[in-house]
Design a binder for this molecule. Structure first.
Ligand code: C2E
Ligand code: CA
Ligand code: CA
Length: 351
């Protein structure tokens, strides 16, 4: 361990480069020549820790990261690393504590009807603000929750929370459909359909105001079992959409057989619009498919006006994305709806 006084990041970097070089100089032992390589992690006071133990722990984390990046390397500590290096078990218990403490919350991303320009729905997106670990994106914790099974409890919380919000909007006369993301494990759990029905009836929400976003990977499992579940959900009167359409297994048979109402064009295809020819071809094909099968089509990840215009020209029904707004808290979304009512022809929001 090295403790460097009166230095800064470039100073520390220069020093560890020298150390790495010196340590790897060959050592001759009799007729053997040995080389040792090392990996170094750097933590800087007070940014990366205010006391000895924290600094050592974080330098250690950074060192493991350096090793992972191919050894004989150095690495500055980054806050984010904590999450990557935390074992899944620890992350799982942090998630359980977070759920109990109320550290999860939902944000709502507006979904806009391309014809009228009005907000007609909102996708509920999960957020985790952890006091210890900082903001952790769902891309990081959802896969772990899926792996450990915690997604069932977390998904149940999302369902209850989003349905309660949708019911508040319903009571306020705000006509929004709230869409929630459903994980495979959650969808397959035996109590899922009952819990959707219970959430609706407890909150007094009209079923048509709830939409479930299902990925293709959920749908390909056991076709008959899946079909039965989807039919039971459709019977409740809620709507179903296929998320990230085109990125999964895309078996087209299920479109014919399953009671889904909407296809969601994945943002990876929206990205290159309108210039990228393959993206354009794929977006056009999905929209045509949707139109032919009488499904609604929504595009996600729309970031520019050109993308929006292109989708509109292709006949897409709805979109969501940073061009209009990122995911908002419920009050900000309500404010946006209020503005929209005062000025129906207004353009995209400023968020
Ligand atoms: P997703 O279902 O594809 O959700 C859309 C993601 O794109 C969200 O990321 C959203 O914030 C982001 N996004 C929205 N507009 C734009 C844009 O214009 N450009 C770009 N580059 N990105 C945009 P987020 O919130 O980080 O969620 C990531 C994924 O985590 C979601 O992908 C979804 O699969 C999962 N997830 C989020 N919330 C939940 C949840 O409550 N339950 C489950 N099971 N999964 C969730
Ligand atoms: Ca989604
Ligand atoms: Ca997506």
């Amino acid at each position: 361990m090295l403790l460097l006084h009166d230095t800064d990041a470039p100073g520390a970097e220069a020093m560890v480069k020298r150390v790495l070089q010196r340590v790897c100089e060959p050592v001759v032992l009799g007729d053997l020549t040995l080389t040792i390589t090392s990996s170094i992690g750097i933590a800087i006071y007070p940014l990366d820790g205010e006391n000895r133990d924290e600094l050592i722990k974080n330098a250690d984390t950074a060192m493991y990261q350096a090793k992972e990046r191919g050894r004989f390397n150095y690495q500055f500590y980054q806050r984010q690393m904590n999450i990557d290096s935390l074992s899944h078990i620890k992350l799982d218990s942090a998630m359980r504590a977070a759920l109990a403490q109320g550290d999860f919350l939902l944000r709502y991303q507006p979904q806009i009807d391309l014809e009228s320009g009005r907000i007609i729905g909102a996708e509920a997106l999960l957020r985790w603000h952890s006091k210890e670990l900082g903001d952790i994106s769902p891309g990081q914790f959802i896969p772990v929750a899926e792996e450990t099974g915690f997604i069932i409890a977390l998904g149940q919380w999302v369902l209850t929370e989003a349905v309660a919000q949708a019911a508040r909007w319903q009571a306020a006369g705000i006509g929004l459909v709230v869409a929630i993301n459903v994980s495979a494990l959650q969808f397959q759990s035996s109590s899922f359909i009952d819990s959707v029905a219970a959430a609706l009836s407890q909150a007094g929400l009209e079923p048509c105001r709830l939409e479930l976003e299902l990925t293709e990977s959920i749908l390909i499992h056991d076709i008959n079992e899946t079909l039965a579940r989807l039919q039971a959900l459709a019977q409740l009167g809620i709507s179903l959409s296929i998320d990230d359409f085109g990125t999964g297994y895309s078996s087209l048979t299920y479109l014919k057989r399953f009671p889904v109402q909407k296809l969601k064009i994945d943002r990876s295809f929206v990205n290159g619009l309108p210039d990228d020819e393959s993206d354009l071809a794929i977006a056009r094909a999905i929209i045509q498919l949707g139109l032919a099968l009488r499904l609604r089509v929504i595009a996600e990840g729309v970031e520019t006006e050109r993308q929006k215009d292109c989708l509109q020209d292709l006949g897409c029904h709805e979109y969501q994305g940073y061009f209009f707004a990122a995911a908002l808290d419920s009050q900000d979304l309500e404010a946006m709806l209020g503005e929209e009512n005062q000025n129906p022809q207004s353009g995209p929001g400023k968020v």
